[in-house]
Design a protein around this ligand. Structure first.
Ligand SMILES: O=C(O)c1ccc(O)c(O)c1
Ligand SMILES: [Mg+2]
Length: 626
């Protein structure tokens, strides 16, 4: 299967786009006419540049407002088409997209349009060109691929075929299964785009909010499965109109685009084993079994603040790495590593970001397989130097500034604590923390789609819709991803003044802003931590009045919550309680949670009050803000 991407999908000059598209691994590009017109290269030069990058021009587009016009518009449309056919010859491409007409004078009529396309087919044949017809979902008369197909069928010309675009089909709610009845050889080209579920005008939605397959909420997989069932074997091409992508880094947008296409083709081949999807074999996505450890990069001088916080939360130093300055802190089933090496990756990461989470290690069913999958999806291996007796732990650059390590329980990787560490004592009971509930990662809002794509393509999992969280200084958008027993919350900061925005600024783009641990008895844990001097984030009295009224809580429960600064939430499935530490310099903090029943959220209704409390904790009362 050839992969392709439209030049409109990414930012930069024409030359920058070509480099980014080539490096990401695409086979071809769609030339959007606007991009050609805006460039200063002749058609021949553009054609040569594309080929010099090892790419082919898969499509030239769009030609607008062709079919169903009365004279004199009709003759002009034909003359215009002839001009573009000549241009295409210079570019060196033989396929053009005609989108359904939005012309105010367009008359409609399936047979009128079919006759126009038949006549056009004769001209195209003489020029060695094939014309594909696409139904824009806001087209004046034709806005559904089933009608576009009927026109193509009746045009009955070998040079006239259909172009399908997942956005136009799915955005309008047309059942993609209807594609299965179209002959594959009459589908000349397939464009793919996803989009978030937002109820808005179709044209506006399409031109500003499209995103990569898997980044939105449309069933692009179902659409592509239907396309493949027809026998279509032309390119799969991304056509993404997105305001953020237009402003993004071409290299990263192109990389994500390629990743999304590879993951999509992989989903299709696994769902439709009878179909041939030409894609190199690589292992399937698996769920995560466990977060095995989280590693902090710090320095000898800085480590004590972090260690004081960990000790106050009930962690104890239980061992150390055999060859590196890495301390193992443990409690219940949780392992934390504090790396204060004076050289190497962790040290340079500390120099760049201050004390921060530099690595996260996950137990998966087969670490080597997940690593292979990550690389097949364009992930960057992370291979630090190691001593000969140490384990070779597969690692890839994760989302943001940290490294994702992969462990499993089938291979020697399962014995990491015996092989790479000297463990002095068993994990203490501490304050009753038993596991890691979630990792909260903060990023600039424009990076959020990229990060969720990283997790959802590598592992099997689900993502929740994005919710808005109000910070006194701006909005933060939040989305949760669940991949087996890995829960990640992504917090996209739009404004610098938010708690999330400040964290990004102060840590030069570090990513894990807080870790939430699980307890089975939050009151006992809070009491134990209080005895150890845990720096509780103080929640105001107004919050407790409201929460008691909102949920009809027993006042004695409210009082217990208030005493320990525990926040409360519930839904139809169960209850949730959570409390927080104040933040370390730089902004990192801890959260402790208890889930009851089937509660599956993260206490989102509490987030604005938690954030306001954090703001107060940063600016003690009576201190003027600077
Ligand atoms: O927004 C548009 O006009 C437009 C143009 C060409 C396409 O292929 C498309 O899907 C949309
Ligand atoms: Mg299109």
């Amino acid at each position: 299967m050839k992969t392709s991407i439209a030049t409109v999908s990414i930012s930069g000059s024409f030359s920058e786009k070509l480099v980014a598209i080539q490096q990401a691994g695409f086979d071809g590009i769609e030339i959007f006419e606007q991009d050609f017109l805006a460039s200063d290269f002749s058609a021949r030069e553009v054609g040569r540049m594309v080929r010099d990058h090892g790419l082919e021009i898969t499509l030239f587009q769009p030609f607008r407002d062709f079919e169903g016009l009365p004279e004199p518009f009709r003759a002009r449309a034909f003359a215009r088409a002839q001009r573009k056919f000549d241009l295409m010859e210079e570019l060196g491409t033989d396929l053009v997209l005609f989108c359904s007409s939005c012309h105010p004078e367009a008359l409609g009529g399936i047979d009128r349009a079919a006759a126009d396309f038949h006549e056009l087919g004769e001209i195209a044949k003489d020029c060695g060109i094939r014309v594909g017809y696409e139904a824009l979902c806001w087209g004046r008369h034709i806005n559904d691929h089933r009608d576009a197909w009927e026109i193509v069928r009746r045009a009955d010309h070998p040079n006239i075929g259909l172009i399908l675009d997942s956005f136009h089909t799915l955005g309008r709610g047309v059942d993609p299964q209807t594609i299965r009845r179209i002959p594959g050889d009459k589908i000349f080209f397939v464009q793919l785009a996803d989009a978030p579920a937002i109820d808005m005008d179709l044209l506006y939605w399409s031109r500003h909010f499209r995103n990569m397959p898997g980044e939105g909420d449309l069933d692009v997989t179902g659409f592509t499965r239907a396309v493949m069932a027809t026998g279509y074997d032309g390119p799969l091409s991304l056509e993404i109109f997105n305001d953020q992508f237009r402003a993004g880094l071409p290299r990263l947008i192109a990389r994500d685009g390629h990743r999304s296409l590879v993951a999509l083709m992989d989903r299709v081949r696994r769902a439709e084993p009878a179909m041939k999807v030409n894609l190199p074999a690589f292992p399937a996505a698996e769920p995560v079994e466990k977060v095995e450890f989280v590693e902090f990069a710090t320095s000898q001088e800085d480590a004590s603040q972090l260690e004081t916080l960990l000790a106050s939360a009930g962690f104890e130093r239980a061992g150390r790495h055999l060859t590196k300055q890495v301390a193992l802190w443990r409690q219940g089933g949780v392992n934390l590593l504090v790396n204060s090496e004076a050289e190497g990756y962790a040290h340079s990461a500390w120099l760049s970001h201050g004390t921060h989470v530099s690595e996260v290690a996950l137990i998966v069913p087969d670490a080597a397989a997940t690593f292979q999958r990550a690389v097949a999806l364009g992930g960057e291996p992370h291979v630090p130097p190691r001593a000969p007796q140490e384990l070779d732990i597969p690692g890839v650059r994760g989302a943001g500034s940290n490294v994702l390590r992969l462990l499993d329980s089938q291979t020697p990787l399962a014995r990491i604590w015996d092989i790479d560490f000297a463990v002095d004592h068993p994990a203490p009971q501490g304050a009753g923390l038993v596991g890691t509930d979630h990792l909260a990662q903060t990023m600039a809002y424009e990076d959020m789609l990229s990060w969720s794509l990283f997790y959802t393509t590598l592992f099997t999992g689900q993502k929740t819709p994005v919710v808005d969280v109000v910070d006194p200084e701006g909005l933060v958008r939040s989305q949760a991803i669940r991949a087996g027993n890995l829960r990640i919350t992504l917090n996209g900061a739009e404004a610098r003044g938010t708690v999330a925005g400040q964290f990004l600024h102060d840590t030069f783009g570090s990513s894990v802003q807080h870790i939430a641990f699980t307890t089975e008895d939050i009151f006992a844990t809070a009491a134990e931590m209080a005895a150890r001097g845990f720096p509780f984030l103080r929640i105001g009295a107004n919050y407790y009045d409201d929460v008691e009224a909102r949920f009809g809580l027993d006042p004695r429960l409210t009082e217990r919550l208030r005493v320990h600064n525990i926040m409360y939430d519930e839904d139809a499935a169960g209850q949730f309680m959570q409390f927080y530490s104040t933040a370390l310099p730089g902004g990192f903090f801890l959260e402790i949670v208890q889930r009851a029943g089937g509660y599956d959220g993260y206490g989102a209704p509490n987030a604005p009050f938690r954030i306001a409390a954090q703001k107060r904790a940063m600016q003690p009362r009576g201190m003027p803000r600077t």
